[in-house]
Structure formats: C-alpha cells, structure tokens
Design a protein around this ligand. Sequence first.
Ligand code: CP
Length: 335
Amino acid sequence: RHHVLSLADFTAAEYNTVLQTAASFQEVLSRRTKKVPTLQGQVVANLFFESSTRTRSSFELAAKRLSADTLNFAAASSSMTKGETILDTAKTYLAMGTDIMVVRHREAGVPNAIAAEMDRLGVKVSVLNAGDGQHEHPSQALLDLFTITTLIDPASPRLELLKGKKIAIVGDILHSRVARSNIWSLIASGAEVHLAAPPTLLPKLFAEYICEESEVRSQELFSDSPTPQLFLHWQLEPALENADFVMTLRLQKERMTAHLLPSLREYHQLFGITSTKVQLCKPNVKVLHPGPVNRGVEISSELMDDPEFSLIQSQVTSGVAVRMALLYLLGSGKA
Ligand code: CP
C-alpha cells in the first residue's frame, strides 16, 4: 500500500501490522529519549486545509519522534488566499522534497485527488488522509482500535480481540467521517456494531446505504458466517444495553443545515451519554469520543472527566504511536 486514504479495503493483516507497530512505538514513547532515527532525512508535510488540534499536532509530533523533518501548512495563512489551487499547493510541497503528505480538507475526496496527481506524476510520495469531509478519518479509527485493543491485551493488541464485543456508536453519524472509518475497522474485527442517532442524523436512505456497503464488506470477510454485525437504532437505550464500548460523536454544527440541528438540550436528554445511562452497559464499559467535545451535549462533563469510564485522554495519547506507525510503514515502504 502506497497511500492510506480509506479503511474500506484494509485487510485484517494490515490492521494487525498497524496495531503491532504502534505497540512497539508506544514502548519507544515510554523511554526517556522517545525518539528513533527511522525516518531521518524524510520530509512529512501536514497539509491542513481545515482546522485541527489533535490530528495535526500528533502527526507533527509523530514525525518528529521518527526524526523526519516536518512542514506545517494552514490554508488560512497560505498562498491559497491569493488563488493558488490545492493541486498546485501539493506540487509546491513536492518540489521541496516532501515524502509523505498528510491531508485534511472539508470536502470528501481531496486526499484521493492529491494521491492520484502524485501517481500520475510518477513520484513516490505517499498521501495520508487526515479527515476529508464526511468521507473518512482512517488514522482516528486506527487510534480508536489501538486504544480499545490495548486495553484488552496491552502486550499484543490485535483485531480479533473485538470479535463478539458490542460497540455502540452514538450521535451525528450522518456527518461523521470518524463513524464511517470506525464502521469498517469494527466490521473487520467481528464486533457487533450498533449505531444510534436521531432520524435527522441517521436518515433511512443514508442508513440503508451504510448497511448495504458494510454487508458486502462483512460477507467478504466472513463468507462462512453471515451473522448480522451492523444494527441501527433511532433510540439510544437498545444500543447501550450490555455494550462493551460506547463511541460518542460530536454534533457537527458547522456541517448542518438549520433543520438538522436538534435543540442541544433535547439532544443531551435523548442521546447524551451520562453516568446514569452507562448503567445500561456492561459494568466495565468504556466511553470514547474523538474530540473536540461539546461538553455537556454528547457526553456529560462529569462522565467525560471520569477516568473509570472515559478513554478520551488515552485516545489522544494513542494517536501519537498510531501515527508514528502509519508514517513509519509508509515511509519505509513496508505498508
Ligand atoms: N479527532 C480529530 O480529528 O480532532 P481534530 O479535529 O482536533 O484533529
């Protein structure tokens, strides 16, 4: 694999390679020096055409821990404000000797378009999708996978540890690239995935589309076991009952037209995750959120800060090791 643009076609072996490589980098990050010379001389360019805190900073830190040189681009302070196009911007970074481009854009497909242009030019540049519109956010889903599998087996995180686990994904599924990437990885693991959202944020047509796609994928992966793996709910409670993990999602107000935006108070009442509602789940349930969080909307402030339940800070920490793994596997041509 030359680029990482989507998890839709990731194989079990690829997931496990990323998880095992991330585990070895997690060990490096626990040392005093925290740095390896693996990507010395390589250039990683963070091309962020949309805002970010976690993804941009952790890709930058990951590249630095691997001894790569880093370039950070933010559209608002770039020559795009003078009319330069996305592809010309990418080619400018190519001309500076960039080896890996980490791309975020508010429109789906921009990382794919840059990757296609690099391939057309015949250059050995890898493109990593750092979140494109409502399409995918592969590195976020991989760090979520790493966070929960290391919790089950810290010495050997692997995909099959989630087989049969019940995982609820709750909230703004319609706009969530994180949900889309997580659906692929969780289906591949053999987990039972329950999506819960108000009908405006998981409309029937969209839900049918997700179901159809994921059914094809789960049949590919488990041709001998046609057990349904993806369930849809327009209420929260059935998704939470006996869940092992709950993934909450941000209400993406910036992507919503007015009629889709529920009242925040009503949303919290019906779909917000609280200490009371997690009583429906397994006793040792853990709650995730990719961030940024609308405190008190998707999750109560109290639960968010409770280390017994919340994996939110662990997700951010895992992000550095997982992004080191991705950069290493692409940079060393082993992905
Ligand atoms: N989870 C996530 O992508 O966060 P940022 O937008 O801060 O990168």
